[in-house]
Structures are given as structure tokens and as C-alpha cells.
Write a protein that binds this ligand. Structure first.
Ligand SMILES: NC(=O)c1ccc[n+]([C@@H]2O[C@H](COP(=O)([O-])OP(=O)(O)OC[C@H]3O[C@@H](n4cnc5c(N)ncnc54)[C@H](OP(=O)(O)O)[C@@H]3O)[C@@H](O)[C@H]2O)c1
Length: 353
């Protein structure tokens, strides 16, 4: 098939593009930055490069800002569009940018897909469109709900736009939870989600280690050990997305999430081992213990994640299980050894050195 991918230069987009080319598809990859476009093209094996076509554009512009020449390259040639491009920020100061890319950008991409005659549109949303409720459903949510941040709200509004186009082309929504590295290599080219926490803990450890005898002190992190964190490896998410290309039902929503998510206690155990930070200690979020200066700095930077550290959300995966069964795959099973080896991949990232 001929497939257009937006957000192809991102963490998930790179892995998805690689998997799609491995399946023999021809790809048109939208990028807004020449240097990233060139790096992405170089990342493919020489034998595959003839199947990769870079298209410069920006989803926040009508017609995705394509030149006439690029438009002709894709007109009536694209079978399916994967729309991943998004602005991932929980910062309230970034509200207008978040809505412009995630909501207007999705509208522009839907109109563009229709205009070029694509017959299938696969939208990558997030499981967290559930907002402040804890019981998710593989159904469209009422957007008049309470959200933790504008990012969640923007993705929920975008889902409604996607479904409103279902009379023009087949539409599918895939909702990943918190995406972590590749289950085989640990590779994770992102600072989002778990990697924001890891980065913060590395900074805490570095600051703490300037004090003599720091190994004998405890460094406290506020979180509720029994809360589950829904972590899902990037290659599992792409396997759901690839299956959706041929086997997903029109107007259907799929949670690409972990059916048995780890507790935060387990996640912290793995992190302590990988970062060699045994004196890290979880304390309840509402504990009255006063924090040291280093600990306060760490918690200030993690404040926007509080809602995710204190609630267990449930994401049913019945649709995804059925979808994967059709391609002879089973659902994710992530034990402690797998989680530790994925987190270990973080140490290969240049950000640590
Ligand atoms: N990471 C997660 O844990 C997670 C969880 C659930 C859902 N998701 C969803 O998965 C998708 C991919 O996320 P990710 O983690 O791969 O994010 P990412 O690494 O930040 O990638 C975002 C991609 O969107 C592109 N983009 C942003 N604004 C654009 C614009 N105006 N025009 C064109 N492209 C634009 C970026 O291009 P540049 O490279 O030029 O910046 C990049 O390719 C998103 O839709 C996100 O909401 C992610």
C-alpha cells in the first residue's frame, strides 16, 4: 500500500515507519524540518530507500502547507493515512499551540486525506482522553468532562473530529497509554512520560552526589506504591497500528495499553536498579514529611505529573485483543525483567552522558 504518515520524525513515528516499510509498504513521510527529514531518510536501509518519499509540510497549515508539486506526488495515490503529529506538552502556557497542532492539525489532516482520496485514516490518540475519570472504555468520550490538562482535552476533541469524517473514509482510533522503549533494545528517543521522570531522577542523583556521605541518606519521591502505571513498549504500539491497517473496523477505538500494568512500587524498584540509586525511597503522596532542598527541586519539576502518580486508570482492551488475534498476535505481557531491560535502554541515550 501507499501510506502517508504524519509525525514520522517523532518517537513513535520513526518506529512505525520502519515497521511499515518492513511490511513492504511505500511511505510518504510528512516532516516540517529539513534536517530531521534527511536524518529520517538516512535511518532506512539502502534497499528500502526507494520506498521512502519525504514530503515537507506542517499540519497546522491548511492543505498541510504542501507545495503544488508535492500535492501532485500524493494526489489519488494514498491508500491510508496514519496521523501521529502532535504537540505533547502538559504545560498550561502551551495551550494555544497544543490546540493548534492537535485539534486544528487533525482537522487539516482529515480534510487533506479526503482531498487526496485516501480510503482509511488511522488516528493515534491517547488513552488519557478519559480525563479525570478512572474507568476507560474503547468508546468515544463526552468532551464536556474534566481533563487533567489541555493535551488530554485536545486529543479528545480531535477524536470527535476523526469520527465526524467516517462517512467520507474509514476511520480508526488507536489510543496508546504511556509509551516506553522498544521491548528488544530499550531504545526510546523521547523525554516524555517515564523518560521525564528518569531525567528528573538522574538530576536528583547528580545533585545529591555532590554531598559527602550521600549514599547513606534516603532520597524521597512522593508516589503511591499501589497505583498502577500503564506503560507500554513502543514496538507493541506499532504492532497494534500495523494490524489496524488491514484488520481494524471502521469507527472503532483500540486501546494500545498494558492489560496488566506494573505498580509504581515495581517501576521504582526497576529504576533504582538501573540508575544504581538504591537509596531512593517512595513515600506516600500525602505524607506530611518535609523534603530537603534537592527533593523539593525534583518534586517541583514533577508537579504536572501528580494526577498520573496518584490514580490507577483502567483501560479495557477487548477490541485490541480481537484485532491482534486476527493477525495471530497476543496481548502484551510485561514482567519485571522486561520492564528493567527496557528502562536500561535509557542509559544508552545521549541525554545521560
Ligand atoms: N509518547 C507517549 O507516551 C504517547 C502516549 C500516548 C499517545 N501518544 C501519541 O502518539 C503520537 C506520537 O507521539 P510521540 O511520542 O512520537 O511524540 P513526538 O516524539 O513528540 O513526535 C511528535 C511528532 O509530531 C510532529 N509535529 C509536531 N507538530 C507538527 C506540525 N505542526 N506539523 C507537522 N508535524 C508536527 C513532530 O515533528 P518534529 O520532529 O519536527 O518536532 C514529531 O514528528 C502523538 O499523537 C501522541 O499524542 C504518545
Amino acid at each position: 500500500m501507499n501510506i502517508l504518515v504524519t509525525g514520522a520524525t517523532g518517537f513513535l513515528g520513526k518506529k512505525l515507519s520502519q515497521d511499515l516499510v518492513n511490511e513492504g509498504h511505500t511511505l510518504f513521510l510528512l516532516a516540517r524540518n529539513e534536517q530531521k527529514a534527511s536524518q529520517l531518510l538516512q535511518s532506512f536501509a539502502d534497499k528500502d530507500k526507494s520506498k521512502i518519499h519525504m514530503v515537507m509540510g506542517d499540519v497546522s497549515k491548511p492543505g498541510l502547507g504542501l507545495t503544488q508539486q508535492d500535492l501532485q506526488r500524493v494526489q489519488h495515490k494514498i491508500d491510508a493515512v496514519y496521523h501521529l503529529a502532535a504537540y505533547l506538552s502538559f504545560d498550561p502556557a502551551h495551550k494555544s499551540q497544543t490546540f493548534m497542532v492537535n485539534v486544528d492539525g487533525t482537522k487539516n489532516t482529515l480534510l487533506f486525506a479526503e482531498g487526496i482520496g485516501a480510503s482509511r485514516f488511522i488516528y493515534v490518540s491517547t488513552a488519557y482522553t478519559v480525563g479525570k475519570e478512572v474507568a476507560g472504555k474503547e468508546e468515544l468520550y463526552n468532551p464536556k468532562r474534566s481533563f487533567v490538562n489541555h493535551y488530554e482535552e485536545s486529543k479528545c476533541l480531535a477524536e470527535h473530529l476523526v469520527v465526524s469524517h467516517s462517512d467520507k473514509m474509514e476511520v480508526v482510533i488507536v489510543r496508546p497509554s504511556i509509551i516506553i522503549g522498544d521491548s528488544r533494545t530499550g531504545e526510546a528517543d523521547t523525554n516524555f512520560g517515564l523518560y521525564g521522570l528518569l531525567k528528573g531522577l538522574c538530576v536528583l542523583k547528580r545533585r545529591a552526589s555532590r554531598t559527602a556521605g550521600w549514599q547513606n541518606q534516603k532520597y524521597r519521591i512522593r508516589l503511591d506504591v499501589n497505583v498502577q502505571t500503564n506503560l507500554v513498549p513502543v514496538d507493541y504500539v506499532t504492532s497494534v497500528l500495523v494490524a489496524a491497517l488491514t484488520h481494524a473496523q471502521n469507527k472503532t477505538i483500540y486501546h494500545a495499553s498494558n492489560p496488566a500494568p506494573p505498580t509504581q512500587e515495581l517501576v521504582i524498584e526497576c529504576i533504582k536498579e538501573v540508575l544504581d540509586f538504591p537509596n531512593l525511597q517512595a513515600i506516600p503522596y500525602e505524607s506530611g514529611e518535609s523534603l530537603s532542598e534537592e527533593e523539593k527541586v525534583f518534586h517541583a519539576s514533577m508537579g504536572i505529573f501528580k494526577e498520573y502518580f496518584t490514580r490507577t486508570l483502567h483501560f479495557p482492551t477487548d477490541n485490541t485483543r480481537d484485532l491482534l488475534r486476527k493477525v495471530n498476535r497476543s496481548e502484551l505481557e510485561m514482567n519485571k525483567a522486561l520492564l528493567t531491560s527496557i528502562i536500561r535502554g535509557y542509559q544508552k541515550q545521549p541525554v545521560l552522558t
